[in-house]
Design a protein around this ligand. Structure first.
Ligand SMILES: [Mg+2]
Length: 307
């Protein structure tokens, strides 16, 4: 019996994903006995609806063509179900494809689909919404909220660059109270004046910076990372050191706690982002759902961390 896949793509994502390109995918996979139904998204959050449809209609695979935002939406519908998610990359940063060691070209990723298998990974959940790789609080979420979507589509990575410089001028640190619990059930209360907090499921942040050193997306633990500091200048040089010398392991620059649950509150609302898209403000409650999503990886895939 032939296998069925739902190909979810955003037709307004520029020349990369259009019906013509989707038909190429349909034709290519038909050669391997797959029936692929193209499903263009019509509006924001539509990918989530399409993922739920794929589950209820018994599809064998969902192919997500697009950026991390599209993959995050698909995850909302696929989490906790057996239906795996394959990636055809096409976004600004492609964090997940990088982390899994998958090809960053569409053709390379496509060739892997017929010989793939499901590999479960952990998901984070923040105020009821899943994230694949990161929940960010503070500076990155401020930048995310101020980046115009149309501009982002047009300028790609550089739009984030521009928004970063716009926000550097006005950004102030946040006074946070963070309650954490680790995998052994130990609890801790942290009080921090911080510019940036990241709760990471993956090692990679943004365009390939390995910030959460040693993080694994299948170990049942999230990594809490905090960049403290009073002045913007302090934030700037700490961030520069973290990005330029990621393995220096300087605890003063970057605090690192393995966690399974945390609760963050603050007097002043702190912007929150999930996988690069804005998700309200604090307070935020975060947890982990171990092995909640099946990713589609090559048959001979092994953990990149083990290589
Ligand atoms: Mg982990």
């Amino acid at each position: 019996m032939s296998k069925r896949a739902l190909l979810v793509f955003n037709p307004s994502a520029g020349q990369l994903w259009n019906p013509f390109r989707a038909n190429e995918v349909v034709t290519y996979l038909a050669g391997f006995g797959w029936t692929v139904d193209p499903a263009p998204t019509a509006c924001a959050r539509d990918a989530e609806r399409l993922a739920r449809r794929a589950v209820s209609e018994g599809y064998d695979l969902v192919i997500g063509a697009g950026g991390d935002g599209t993959l995050n939406e698909l995850t909302q519908g696929l989490a906790g179900t057996p239906v795996p998610l394959a990636i055809l990359p096409g976004g600004t940063t492609n964090v997940l494809a990088r982390e899994l060691g998958l090809p960053l070209s569409i053709n390379g990723a496509l060739e892997l689909i017929p010989r793939g298998r499901a590999k479960p990974i952990d998901l984070g959940i923040a105020n009821g919404r899943y994230f694949l790789f990161v929940c960010g609080l503070g500076f990155d979420a401020t930048v995310t909220q101020s980046t115009d979507k149309k501009f982002k589509r047009w300028a790609g990575f550089w739009s984030l660059f521009v928004a970063t410089f716009q926000n550097v001028v006005t950004h102030r640190p946040f006074a946070l109270r963070i309650q954490i619990r680790d995998q052994h059930g130990n609890e801790q209360q942290l009080k921090r004046l911080a510019h940036q907090v990241m709760i990471s499921n993956t090692e990679t942040y943004g365009t390939g910076f390995k910030v959460a050193t040693g993080a694994k997306f299948d170990d049942g633990v999230l990594e809490l990372l905090i960049i403290r500091g009073r002045s913007m200048w302090e934030f700037f040089w700490r961030t520069a050191r973290i990005l330029l010398w990621p393995f220096s392991n300087n605890k003063l620059d970057l605090e690192h706690f393995p966690v399974t649950n945390l609760y963050v509150r603050s007097r002043r609302p702190v912007p929150v982002q999930l996988d690069g898209d804005a998700h309200g403000t604090t307070p935020v409650e975060i947890g982990i759902r171990p092995m909640a999503l099946n990713m589609w990886v090559p048959e001979n895939w092994s953990h990149p961390a083990a290589k």
